[in-house]
Structure formats: C-alpha cells, structure tokens
Design a protein around this ligand. Structure first.
Ligand code: GLA
Length: 389
C-alpha cells in the first residue's frame, strides 16, 4: 500500500473509532465518587521537570511506601509533562524512550497499592512542547485506560477555543473508558474556573499560575485562596498547585506554613520533591498525620481567613466532628506574639486546644489563646468548644 493510501486508511479507521466512541452512551456515574477527599500523592514536575523517567517514577513509588507516606494517605504517583513520544501510524500516542512500557509501569505502581497519574493537554502541544491530545481525545483516553492510568492532569497551554468544551470533551472520553480516572484541570485559574470546573467533570482545578519553591510565591498563592471556599467540596477541589516541601528553597518553618495552609484549604496534597532523597525534617512535615487529617476531613469544607492584622492572619477550617482547625500565621519577618479570640472562631467561653505540630494537648483556655509564632511560621491548632460533648 502506498504511504498516502495507508494514511487514508488509518484516518478512516481513526474517524470510525471516534464516531463509534462518540455514539457510545456514557456509563452510569460510578457508585464510589472520585476524590471524596482532596487527592494525595506525588508529581514529577516540581523537582524533576523534564528529567522524568520510568526509573524516577518507580523510585518515587518505592519511597512513598518505604517512607510511610502511603500509610498516611499519599496514593497517586503522577507523571507530569515530558513522557510523550510520537504517535504511531494509527495515531496512538507512544511514550518516549525514557518510558519503555507504560502498562508495565502502571502494573508496578498498582502492585504497591498505589495509583498512576499522567499528563496531557487539550492543545496540540503540552507546555514543554511534547505531543498534546488535540484531535485525539477519545484515542488518548482509551490508551490511558488500557495502560491502567488512574488520574489525568489536563494542562491548557497551547490549546485555543472554548475551555469548557475542551475539558468536557476529554471528561466524556474518560467516562467512556469505563475506568475511574480522576480529572485534574490545569488552566491556571482563568475565567473563574472554580465556578464551572465541577460542571465539566473536574475533580480538581488549578486556581493559580505555577508555584515556585520560595516563600513569597508560595504564600502569595496560598493566602489568596480566601473567598474560594464555597466552590470546593467532596469530589471537586480548588487546587493552589503542588507542594514544594523539601525542594530546598524554603526554611522548615516556611514549609510548615505551606503544609498547614494547604491542609486548611482542603487543597490536594501532591508532593513535588525527590522522595528517594528527602531529609527527616521534610518527611516529618509531609507526614504529620494530625495536619493531614485536617486536609482529609470528610466534611470537605475549605477553610477561610477570620482575622488579619498587618502580616498576622488567623484561618479556620470547620471539621466533621464539630472541632475547628485553626492556623495562626505570621507572614512577617520577625517572631510575633499572636492572640486568637474564641469569638473569632464562633466558639463559646472556653475550649480545649491541641497543637498539631508539637502534638501536645495544651489544655483548656478561656476566651482566647496567645502564642509566639516564628517569622513566616505558623501555630496550628485543633480547637474543641468545651460545650461540645
Ligand atoms: C504548566 C503547569 C505545571 C507543569 C508544566 C509542565 O506550567 O502549570 O504544573 O505541568 O506546565 O510543562
């Protein structure tokens, strides 16, 4: 067959596959909703960028298990940009030579009780210039499902046109695979995505442009989330971007602020460091189960700011058991004495407090609590109104 005839046949086959897929009814919504609490896992981008490979991903999966991160809830091992190779003659996406066998990689990750995430774009190219899914949405969704992918980050980048239509198209394609695949929208918070992300099938959507590993950037993004709380809830989360904890650009107090704030925000907790080579301090921050419990609370309420005085901010997140998680944040450059008044928390006369970073019960307090908070640091509490049983 002449190459042109082969191409025509392949195009016809591909068109038929798409027509068939488009005509296939959507399966009923799965009984178990996806992302009932904010997704937790790891993603290759913040540390490895395009230096990601099968070996890097396997090492991350190994480390999630051996470090104890899996035991506290980290589950997704997500490959970001730069895994893609060329499409074959039928238009099927192939991984590049750093990923010899995606199905085998997925099987390895599943064998550890973890789940695999992957990355694409509704445009012709990804942000790093690799092959995107434009015009191949059905085919790519089927390929991901065949490999055993459990999570897709879909990054706008080179795409044009109507964002809702583009995200809906991929979401419908994912549904038609019959495989539960968490759908992560990444379009940097444009066009108020929080108000429509869930309606196009998003389980989470980025609310910001990219984070970087420094206090100024992290804090500007995180503290700006106030006001978006009404758009988040079980199955659909605001995503102020992945964690930078352990990447080296912040002090431990600053990373504790990062972790505390993301947990108060009910944000996805997607670690972005080199898990195979992290310090004990990094691991302790990433695996503080009392802080993670705030993020993963089943009520799924995103926290908000209740007080702001210069660089000092108090945030609250109501929890399912009636207690309240509270963050006392010092965004200033010197240690500060901060006071939280119980009336700011909607709490009566007295309350018992637990410090979630020192893991100490602080006892019962009346009307207020005062603490010294380090520069760029946080005191994070769980507060139980004494009138609660
Ligand atoms: C964008 C996204 C990042 C990352 C890169 C990859 O910048 O916002 O999170 O996925 O693309 O190229």
């Amino acid at each position: 067959m002449k190459p042109s005839a082969m191409f025509a046949t392949a195009t016809l086959l591909a068109a038929a596959a798409v027509a068939f897929a488009a005509a296939t009814p959507l399966p009923p919504a799965s009984a178990a909703p996806l992302a009932p609490t904010p997704p937790m896992g790891w993603n290759s981008w913040n540390h490895f960028e395009c230096k990601v490979s099968d070996a890097v991903v396997r090492a991350a999966a190994d480390a999630v298990v051996s470090s104890g991160m899996k035991a506290v809830g980290y589950q997704f091992i997500n490959i970001d940009d730069c895994w893609q190779g060329q499409r074959d003659a039928q238009g099927n996406i192939q991984p590049n030579d750093r990923f010899p066998d995606m199905a085998a990689l997925a099987a390895y990750i599943h064998s550890k009780g973890l789940r695999l995430g992957i990355y694409s774009s509704p445009g012709p190219k990804t942000c790093a210039g690799y092959e995107g899914s434009f015009g191949h949405e059905e085919q790519d969704a089927q390929t991901y499902a065949r490999w055993g992918v459990d999570y897709l980050k879909y990054d706008w980048c080179s795409a044009t046109g109507d964002q809702r239509a583009a995200y809906t198209k991929m979401h419908d394609a994912l549904l038609r695979t019959g495989r539960p695949i968490v759908f992560s929208l990444c379009q940097y918070g444009w066009y108020g995505v929080w108000s429509w992300g869930a309606s196009v099938g998003g389980n989470l959507w980025r609310t910001t442009d990219d984070i970087s590993d420094n206090y100024d950037r992290m804090s500007v993004l995180g503290f700006a989330q106030n006001g978006l709380e009404r758009f988040a809830g079980p199955g659909h989360w605001n995503d102020p971007d992945m964690l930078e904890i352990g990447n080296g650009g912040m002090k431990d107090d600053e990373y504790r602020t990062h972790m505390s704030l993301w947990c108060l925000l009910a944000a996805p907790l997607i670690a972005g460091n080199d898990l195979a080579a992290m310090s004990p301090a990094t691991l302790a921050i990433l695996t503080n189960s009392e802080v993670i419990a705030v993020d993963q609370d089943t009520a799924g309420i995103q926290g908000h700011r209740v007080a702001e005085e210069g660089p000092l901010e108090i945030w609250i997140k109501p929890l399912a058991d009636g207690t309240k998680a509270v963050g006392m944040f010092n965004r200033g450059t010197r240690e500060a004495s901060m006071t939280v008044r119980f009336e700011q928390l909607g709490i009566g006369e007295s309350a018992s407090l637990r410090d979630l970073w020192t893991h100490r019960d602080l006892g019962e307090f009346h009307s207020s609590y005062e603490a010294k908070v380090p520069r760029h640091g946080v005191v994070m509490l769980r507060v139980r109104d004494s009138s609660l049983r």
